[in-house]
Write a protein that binds this ligand. Structure first.
Ligand code: F6P
Length: 495
């Protein structure tokens, strides 16, 4: 087990967000999204200082008070430092560059005939948004390193690609690790960005000692694009890249969940109450999806596949229901707001075509209700994860852990988690709606013994490849890397 060490965790969204309740008192709320859920486990195992953006107005008030000690749900203590950005700069960073540009690029979401249009507004958002926010994060890291020089810095995700270079320039010996939680796109996709910008992205990441991805597929793409975009050399066997006189180890370890947390959640009062409500309404067969309303999640095609299933199998009418529990996400970004509209239209099309007295074929809930999601995890017969592309997809790991109905996983070949769980799932191509309809039918009619054995294999995998194992894998190379940096660079073999 990795020994306890000092870590400076750096991510855009922090583990806690603040607001004021009706009585005017400050309240802390658990930060959303897979990254934060997963990283919370770090806090109990290491001495963590967490640097994150101040997102809400109350976060900004907290930021003004400086770094302070916080706990997670009254449990493990850590130090929290919220970074307050200028509001316009943060808007450009989050709502122009990080999500509609980098996220779209890395999930292949553009229709390149029409978008993106990288005009002066984009260049402004890059210079005065993305760059500035990264500079501010780098400044906060440098301040922290001055106080705790032996701490390792653990950056997360696509909001912070420039920060490692800015830190490296001022702290050449610091230990820097960056985990990218989303897919890495193949080299030519990066050529959508202007040359200067795509070079800065790669240069920034290569300032780290270790860059981690969920799968070997994203790792391979990254090594290739480093070669293509900035001329880095790399060794295919060791996955070490050499650039600018330094070496960066590129790792592939899929993040996971804490099974004990889900065991406890499954029997919690909130989940049991939500499950009771679900049981009162449920049909014979329940098909579930749980996602953020993100275009990469492929929700509209999933509804179309369900419509094709009902069309091809009239015997299922009145006996099956699709439940879509969708967390509204990034609604200040027009592409996301439009996608939510498309989701609602597609759901309506299915219901208008097939609805009968007393039976709603597709139930759409647009809200952030974690207890309702865990209750549905227990009750599904089929779980649909048909992402266009997905860095990993934690739902595919969480839900089988607590499922009580030998539920079958229907899984996109482009979700990172497919590398681990594919052999026990029904694989679908995310664009093939006919194939998805067939897979849903196969899942619904699969013999019980087969359903059970697939579910048990998934569960066993997640229980042994859990969050603790991922956390250790992230920190283990740090020790080796420190030793390696003391040796002269060996010339890398060319591929
Ligand atoms: O890992 C993907 C990710 O973008 C995280 O970086 C993020 O915290 C999470 O999904 C949720 O997204 P957001 O923070 O934009 O709400």
């Amino acid at each position: 087990v990795a020994s306890r060490r000092r870590l400076i965790v750096v991510s855009n969204r922090g583990p806690v967000g603040y607001s004021r309740d009706d009585g005017g008192d400050r309240v802390a709320r658990r930060g959303g999204g897979g990254l934060v859920t997963a990283l919370r486990g770090l806090v109990s195992r290491h001495d963590v200082t967490w640097i994150a953006s101040a997102i809400t107005p109350e976060d900004r008030a907290v930021a003004a008070e400086g770094a302070f000690d916080e706990t997670l749900d009254g449990g493990a203590p850590f130090r929290l430092r919220l970074v307050a950005h200028d509001e316009n700069e943060y808007d450009w960073h989050y709502n122009v560059v990080s999500n509609p540009t980098l996220w779209f690029l890395q999930h292949y979401l553009w229709d390149l005939r029409y978008e993106p249009q990288l005009d002066a507004g984009f260049v402004n958002a890059w210079e005065h948004g993305y760059v500035r926010v990264n500079e501010r994060f780098a400044g906060a890291v440098i301040d922290e390193l001055a106080e705790q020089p032996d701490a390792a810095v653990f950056f997360h995700d696509y909001h912070l690609y420039l920060a490692p270079r800015l830190v490296r320039d001022r702290a050449p010996d610091a230990t820097l690790v960056h985990f990218v939680h989303i897919p890495w796109a193949q080299p030519d996709s990066w050529r959508v960005l202007p040359e200067r910008i795509r070079r800065l992205v790669h240069d920034g990441l290569l300032a780290n000692d270790v860059v981690g991805f969920h799968t070997s597929r994203w790792r391979r793409n990254f090594l290739r694009s480093c070669e293509d975009i900035v001329g880095a050399e790399y060794d295919r066997r060791s996955s070490v890249a050499e650039y600018d006189g330094r070496q960066t180890r590129v790792a592939a370890t899929a993040i996971s969940v804490d099974p004990a947390e889900f065991d406890a959640l499954a029997t919690s009062d909130a989940v049991v109450a939500a499950e009771q409500r679900l049981l009162e309404e449920r049909c014979e067969h329940l098909i579930l999806r749980v996602d953020r309303t993100d275009p990469s999640k492929n929700i509209v095609r999933g509804f179309r596949a369900y419509e094709l299933l009902l069309q091809a199998h009239p015997d299922l009418v009145g006996r099956v229901q699709m439940l879509a529990l969708l967390d509204p996400s990034r609604q200040d970004i027009p592409e996301y707001a439009e996608y939510l509209g498309a989701i609602q239209r597609a759901a309506r099309a299915v219901n208008d075509r097939f609805r009968e007295d007393g039976w709603e074929p597709l139930v759409l809930r647009i809200e952030d209700d974690f207890a309702a999601s865990v209750a549905a995890y227990k009750q599904y017969d089929v779980l649909l994860v048909n992402a266009i592309f997905d860095g990993l997809n934690l739902v595919a790991k969480e839900a089988p852990l607590v499922n009580q109905r030998d539920g079958v996983l229907v899984l996109s070949e482009n979700a990172g988690v497919h590398e681990e769980l594919g052999e026990w799932a029904l694989t679908v191509n995310p664009f093939d709606v006919e194939g998805q309809a067939q897979a849903l039918h196969t899942a619904l009619t699969m013999p019980a013994a087969q359903r059970r054995s697939r579910l048990e294999r998934i569960r066993a995998h997640v229980r042994t490849h859990d969050l603790a194992a991922w956390l250790e894998a992230q920190l283990e190379p740090l020790v080796e890397d420190r030793a390696r940096r003391l040796r002269p660079l060996a010339r890398l073999r060319r591929r």
